[in-house]
Ligand binder design. Structure first.
Ligand SMILES: Cc1cc2nc3c(=O)[nH]c(=O)nc-3n(C[C@H](O)[C@H](O)[C@H](O)COP(=O)(O)OP(=O)(O)OC[C@H]3O[C@@H](n4cnc5c(N)ncnc54)[C@H](O)[C@@H]3O)c2cc1C
Length: 320
């Protein structure tokens, strides 16, 4: 058995999710190789080489991979799979774009959103928006897998880096190219890696209220901001902040849910948070069933009061 992991990065920094995927691969067993595909991305390969358990890094450094289009990266991954039994990537937007294409190119089924490993061919994954866990056995010769990063503690690093081998890659441009890209820049921590998340729902009532109430609280806590799909659909915030089955999966140390009901599709994205605090004026709201601390209150009173109280504490609540 051996695993090939597609590293996630922005051509200069390795995304932390890759260390979680390495941890999942270590549970599968066998040698682990990382594939870094990008342009001017040697630094990423050097970071990848220090992850514990990695035997080697393949570096595909070419203009063709500058934008890491799923089509070009999938072709590369599929071509590199010959000596490997398992191909893995994080179940992020990037991984979820590439790996189904790899599975199709190899004519195998994909195993999505891995949360547990029973053996080299038997895996655990959530179904019904996380309401149940399915144990699935794959009889495919190659297992193509996306990994839910929050289910595996990140692999550590070591001071003896694995070897990096450059791949000869075609010069020709791929079949698709990126025409433009608009990035939302934020000084806040990334939602899927934050220690604290403050999330708002339809109960905030408007985009103005959402920002006016939740941002000061998030600032006090050094938190990322999340949202329910209803809040996103109502235009309060952009959809990259959506938490849930069709949004991001988060597992912070503290998740504050304000004015959101706790629909099963939202809970699927945050139920693994260590401590859940819910603020809702409806005592019957389902979010209270999974909350560690529940406050039945009008959020327009409770959130300013909470923000003010945190302002009076020594560290602003930054060490939950
Ligand atoms: C296939 C599918 C995928 C989906 N994926 C997602 C997903 O990824 N993420 C997601 O979030 N949803 C998802 N949904 C939608 C989901 O089913 C719910 O519709 C949505 O989560 C509801 O958002 P909400 O809790 O903000 O709104 P609501 O359900 O309308 O809840 C608003 C809450 O705010 C409370 N409230 C109102 N005013 C106040 C106040 N002043 N003070 C305190 N509390 C107040 C109310 O009591 C209520 O509980 C999906 C649905 C489908 C069908």
């Amino acid at each position: 058995m051996s695993c090939l992991i597609l590293a996630e990065h922005d051509n200069s920094t390795l995304h932390p999710v890759t260390a979680h995927v390495v941890a999942a691969a270590r549970r599968i067993g066998g040698e682990i190789h990382l594939l870094v595909a990008g342009d001017g991305c040697r630094r990423v390969a050097e970071q990848a080489a220090t992850l514990d358990g990695v035997a080697g890094v393949w570096l595909a450094d070419a203009a063709r991979y500058a934008d890491q289009t799923p089509e070009s990266v999938a072709e590369l991954v599929a071509a590199r799979m010959a000596p490997h039994s398992h191909g893995l990537a994080a179940a992020t937007a990037a991984g979820k774009s590439v790996m189904p294409r790899v599975a199709a190119l190899l004519d195998v089924a994909q195993i999505s959103d891995l949360v547990g490993v029973e053996s080299g061919d038997t895996f655990v994954r959530p179904i019904y928006a996380g309401s149940a866990l399915a144990t699935v056995r794959s009889s495919d010769a190659k297992k193509i897998i996306t990994v839910r990063a929050t289910a595996f503690a990140a692999a550590g690093t070591n001071s003896a880096p694995a070897p990096i081998e450059s791949l000869a890659v075609p010069d020709a441009p791929g079949k698709s190219r990126v025409v433009s890209r608009r990035l939302n820049r934020s000084a806040r921590p990334e939602l899927d890696a934050a220690r604290v998340v403050v999330s708002g729902g339809r109960g905030l009532g408007s985009a103005e209220n959402f920002h006016a109430l939740l941002e000061p609280l998030a600032d006090r806590l050094g938190a990322a901001i999340g949202a329910s799909r209803a809040a996103v659909d109502a235009g309060f915030v952009s959809n990259d902040l959506q938490v849930g089955q069709t949004g991001k999966i988060v597992a912070p140390r503290l998740y504050i849910a304000a004015g959101l009901s706790g629909a099963i599709q939202h809970v699927a994205g945050m139920k693994d948070s260590q401590v859940i605090v819910a603020i809702n004026k409806d005592p019957e709201a389902p979010i209270f069933q999974i909350a560690d601390y529940g406050l039945v209150a009008d959020l327009f009173d409770a959130i300013p009061a909470l923000t003010a109280a945190l302002g009076r504490t020594g560290d602003g609540g930054r060490n939950p």
